[in-house]
Design a protein around this ligand. Structure first.
Ligand code: NAP
Ligand code: GLV
Length: 339
């Protein structure tokens, strides 16, 4: 290839990261706060050798098929890659990379922020003070005021015992909780380390006081938690989702909250993002909402941005990128931009 390969970045990230990428690529950055519309993404993909993407960019088979004669790699700045048709990418010899591990602590901490916010009624309490209800009631301290839920001795259920699920479980252990989990495979290391116990999905739903979801979004996990599953939960249970919105059937969740099948929810992810402020979920006092900020710490976002860049740089040097998702792609095309 004569000259540097062209890289299209679908959003601006840290200057240090872009400068590092400029050493190896001709970099074009989509500079707006909103994601590029699909037509723009397609137009840019057609004239690029590499894409730097976010989870809001739809990289479907039609785009990959059209762009793949030139496009060689899609480097996602996220651990989840359900926005990318990975099977199709492999078929057309396009490498797909992600950013696992560096965001585990940030997401686990945010998960715990939601667990604590719901069980200790933190958002409600803030509004109570801020909007004068506390003052209006003239009750400095009342034995029955704003009673929440204690965590020690309760059962924390982890759905998806991977990197984030394990870290959430470790913190739960420090709170004195019993840990149960469901995953596709049993995790003997976690069972040994944390005394965590494996459960079928049904038993996990029935026994958990806090059910925290950490599975990736896939055809198998879409609406994994629907009406049937929510009806199995305890009426005192709290559902936490920091994985992907479509893992939970939103309509069923709204019904569950309205009819008291469960006691509350903490949600960082939604079937439709951004969530409409008039969505029924915004009407519940026992639901705490966040705008998909699981990995949103300065430290983590910098690590994610640099990791995505390093995957691109390794590929440009003819190396298999360290965080390759579709391992079989190496059989279709070797790494690098040379033909
Ligand atoms: P991970 O290490 O791959 O863990 C995912 C776990 O889910 C794996 O242990 C896997 O089980 C399990 N799993 C997959 N399909 C399952 C199924 N059908 N039933 C039961 N368990 C299943 O991934 P991670 O790094 O922890 O990330 C998890 C997810 O969190 C990401 O995919 C992403 O969607 C989400 N996330 C959200 C945010 C945010 O901002 N809110 C940030 C980062 C990540 P096995 O090991 O048994 O195969
Ligand atoms: C964020 O949601 C991620 O998957 O990294």
């Amino acid at each position: 290839m004569s000259g540097k390969p062209r890289l299209f970045m679908t959003r601006k990230v840290f200057d240090e990261v872009i400068d590092r990428l400029r050493e190896k690529f001709e970099v074009e950055v989509w500079d707006r706060y909103q994601p590029p519309p699909y037509e723009v993404l397609l137009e840019e993909a057609l004239k690029s050798d590499a894409l730097y993407t976010l989870l809001t960019d739809k990289i479907d088979c039609s785009l990959l098929e059209k762009a793949s004669p030139r496009l060689r790699i899609v480097a996602q700045m996220a651990v989840g890659y359900d926005n990318i048709d990975v099977e199709c990418a492999t078929k057309y010899g396009v490498y797909v990379t992600n950013t696992p591990g560096v965001l585990t602590d940030a997401v686990a901490e945010l998960t715990w922020a939601l667990i604590l916010a719901v069980t200790k009624r933190i958002v409600e309490a803030d509004v109570f003070v801020r909007w004068g209800e506390w003052k209006r009631l003239e009750t400095g301290w009342h034995p029955m005021m704003m009673l929440g839920v204690e965590l020690k001795g309760k059962t924390l259920g982890i759905l998806g015992m991977g990197r984030i699920g394990k870290r959430v479980a470790e913190i739960g252990k420090a709170f004195g909780m019993k840990i149960i989990y469901h995953s596709r495979k049993r995790k003997e290391d976690v069972e040994k380390e944390l005394g965590a116990e494996y459960r079928s999905l049904e038993d996990l739903l029935k026994e958990s006081d806090i059910l925290s979801i950490h599975v990736p979004l896939s055809p198998e996990t879409k609406h994994l938690i629907g009406e049937k599953e929510l009806r199995m939960m305890k009426p005192t249970a709290i559902l936490i989702n920091t994985a992907r919105g479509p893992v939970v059937d939103t309509e069923a969740l709204v019904k569950a909250l309205r009819e008291g099948w469960i006691a509350g929810a903490g949600l960082d992810v939604f079937e439709e993002e951004p969530l409409d402020p008039n969505h029924p979920l915004t009407a519940f006092k026992n639901v705490v909402l966040a705008p998909h900020i699981g990995s949103a710490t300065k430290e983590t976002r910098m690590k994610m941005a640099m990791m995505a860049a390093e995957n691109l740089i390794a590929f440009s040097e003819g190396k298999v990128p360290p965080n390759l998702v579709n391992k079989d792609v190496v059989k279709i095309r070797p790494p690098g931009f040379e033909d």
